[in-house]
Design a protein around this ligand. Structure first.
Ligand code: KG4
Ligand code: ZN
Length: 340
């Protein structure tokens, strides 16, 4: 009999519900974005986010089931993101999942949002272990080593800002709307790396990252130019910023893949939508790694969505990682850091 998982994602500013068959076929993946409501504040406002999730969650659940042509009785389990994320937002999805699981007598699978981002790549191809994942999103930047299905070890991470966060902060200085990653990416292709911003930690013998120095260098340059009455090319600023981010991410990721016995490399998270990063990583893997297969999820599965949560839920179900009705939201849920 087919395994059918209904998954719910509400950790930040997207309400999403998906139905996935046998861990590999997306029957529906409804994503209700609230980004327009947050744009005038220049970032996600937690209270506003929670209110939107409340309004959207049942509609999304109904739509996901209707689109998938699946009735609650056909389902095998209900999966839901329980962290990391905004506590109020997480609680809406978690409460909806618990109520639904209870009403239909289905097992509950609480899922780590970051595991979901990695397993978005499962829709491209089956995962082969050991593998490395570069996870780049609005809240996280980390290199995750996986020895087997469901085993996550952080070998390096950002010591300050996440890559997506740096994109959004720099975008604000350029007067772009939030979130500005995509627009900076587009601008970057029209300009050149004329400012040569620092490449923090690129030569250090670890897999950690730092983006706050780059952000400060960028802001200082723009402010100083403004004070002198000079205007700088937005395209060149974007290109210079992106060149620094991409070079550091790619260099350290390739080094990690050379030092660990990996068969696959996964690029995941919202920033994985970045065209500059995608093409630089494709080139670097081709030229510098032999026998490592690069998996990059399609654009629609890079940002937050529930299909990726269902994808990891397929593994969680096999591993019997069930949750009780008492399971709580964990806003700071994180993978273990590998001890050297
Ligand atoms: O994974 P995600 O959708 O949400 C989190 O879990 O954080 O990632 C959102 C982040 C935002 O910071 C956004 O600016 C960034 O992903 N982003 C991009 C691009 N598209 C989205 N950053 C760089 N280039 C892009 N094309
Ligand atoms: Zn995310």
């Amino acid at each position: 009999m087919d395994e059918l998982i209904l998954a719910i994602e509400s950790s930040c500013d997207e309400t999403s519900v998906a139905v996935v068959r046998n861990g590999e076929e997306i029957l529906s993946n409804i994503v209700a974005s609230q980004i327009k409501s947050h744009q005038r504040f220049g970032g996600v406002v937690p209270e506003v986010a929670s209110r939107h999730h409340v309004e959207q969650i049942t509609l999304c659940m109904e739509e996901a089931l209707t689109t998938a042509k699946v009735s609650p009785n056909d389902l095998t389990a209900v999966a839901v993101t329980y962290g990391p994320g905004l506590v109020g937002s997480l609680l809406i999805g978690l409460s909806a999942a618990k109520a639904f699981a209870f009403a239909h007598n289905l097992p509950l699978l609480p899922i780590n949002h970051m595991a979901g981002h990695i397993y978005a790549a499962r829709f491209v191809k089956p995962l082969v272990f050991p593998l490395m994942a570069l996870l780049v999103s609005g809240g996280h930047t980390e290199l995750v080593y996986m020895q087997a299905d469901g085993q996550f070890e952080i070998i390096g991470e950002t010591r300050d800002d996440a890559a997506g966060e740096a994109y959004d902060k720099v975008g604000r200085v350029l007067g772009l709307t939030y979130p500005s990653g995509k627009e900076i990416d587009q601008l970057a292709h029209l300009g050149e790396d004329v400012f040569h911003f620092p490449r923090a930690m690129i030569n250090e013998e670890n897999y950690d990252f730092s983006f706050s120095g780059l952000k400060s260098a960028f802001i200082n340059l723009v402010h100083n130019a403004k004070q002198k009455g000079e205007s700088l090319s937005k395209a060149d600023l974007a290109a210079s910023f992106q060149a620094s981010v991409v070079e550091v991410l790619v260099t350290k990721t390739i080094r990690a893949c050379q030092n660990y016995p990996v068969k696959q490399l996964i690029l995941a998270g919202g920033v994985a939508a970045n065209q500059g990063l995608r093409s630089a990583l494709i080139n670097a893997v081709e030229n510098q790694l032999s026998d490592v297969e690069l998996l990059i999820p399609p654009l629609r599965l890079c940002g937050d969505n529930a299909a990726m949560i269902a994808s990891y839920a397929h593994v969680a179900l096999k591993k019997k990682e069930f949750g009780q009705m008492s399971v709580n939201a964990l806003p700071s849920l994180a993978f273990e850091r590998m001890t050297e």
